[in-house]
Design a protein around this ligand. Structure first.
Ligand code: TA6
Length: 305
């Protein structure tokens, strides 16, 4: 049964054995199991804290939370009544339809439109769609943002937003490295001022590690990344998501996160493609699509290449 719906969850199963599970709450992917060519046995590729709430009571601590319309604390006037990372990850989405179901892949589309709960804090006209597609060794997530304003005013009634896929990649976080970020400008949020301001730095490392508390926002990044560690890795290819966040709280900050399991920070790296420096703009009636494609890689195979 390639697509099953039960208790507010959607389970996608690929004919070759990979699978993914998405909560309608937040359109949050909470599991992605896949193998690699040399090791086809499906393995869990995402981290979800054992203390995560999966009942819709709060955003999931793990998986792939969808961040929209703001990243971090809101700074845009239209987002002033929203919480950290916006509302998309804490609203219940609607299962719209199965997009694809064949040997190439299984894909479903979820949607989110303004509800009274949303318009009470965000009164912009919008339509969101979240399309998740499972292939044998890949998982892709697309966020479609449509400005449903019918205004013909000039200047145009643009929808201005930030968007990000907050990927918790399961990995031995003391051994993982992220490429290629060398020479990129980034902002180190671990050194933010009281007002949240950060200084621009330039990345000097060929491979970025998270052996210490890391919360870095890379601007105008290459949109093609590898997170690798001895014996494993994930490729991330993106469209429209011009920036990249790398986050691991280590015990220093992780121990203060209520729904972070003890030692959880040793089991994941957040590699988060997004549009988070500045705001994406969509004109009335137009649509913006941000996409990521996650692929499993067998790092041992790569080392031998
Ligand atoms: O993406 C990194 C980050 O912005 C960190 O600053 C940290 O706050 C993390 O997101 C988790 O945020 P959350 O609201 O899910 O606790």
């Amino acid at each position: 049964m390639p697509v099953e719906q039960k208790d507010g969850r959607v389970l996608l199963t690929h004919p070759k054995g990979s699978s993914t599970e998405v909560l309608l709450y937040g359109a949050t992917v909470i599991s992605w199991k896949a193998g690699t060519k040399p090791r086809p046995e499906p393995m869990e590729r995402l981290f979800v804290s054992s203390k995560a709430a999966l009942d819709g009571s709060k955003p999931v601590r793990g998986g792939i939370p969808v961040v929209f319309p703001c990243f971090g604390a809101p700074i845009h006037p239209e987002h002033s009544r929203l919480g950290q990372h916006g509302f998309a990850r804490s609203e219940v989405w609607t299962f719209e339809r199965i997009v694809m179901d064949n040997d190439a892949g299984v894909s479903v589309r979820l949607t989110l439109e303004p509800t009274p709960r949303i318009t009470a804090k965000y009164d912009r006209p919008f339509h969101l769609a979240f399309v998740v597609t499972l292939a044998e060794h890949q998982l892709s997530t697309d966020l479609h943002v449509t400005n449903t304003s019918t205004s013909t005013a000039f200047p145009p009634d643009n929808l201005e937003f930030q968007a990000l896929f907050h990927n918790y990649i399961r990995a031995p976080s003391k051994d993982v490295l992220v490429f290629p970020l060398q020479h990129l400008q980034y902002y180190d949020k671990t050194e933010a001022t009281e007002e949240g301001r950060t200084k621009a730095k330039v990345e000097t490392r060929a491979g970025v590690d998270v052996r210490k508390f890391t919360d870095s926002v890379y601007e105008d990044a290459p949109q093609k990344y590898e997170a690798t560690w001895p014996g494993g890795g994930i490729d991330i290819n993106v469209k429209k998501l011009k920036d990249l966040v790398v986050w691991n709280p280590r015990e220093e900050a992780g121990a203060k996160i209520a729904d972070m399991e003890e030692g959880g920070w040793d089991k994941y790296i957040c590699v988060e493609p997004g549009y988070v420096r500045g705001f994406a703009k969509v004109e009335p009636g137009k649509r913006w699509i941000g996409q990521q494609v996650l692929s499993t890689i067998d790092a041992e195979r790569r080392i031998n290449q």
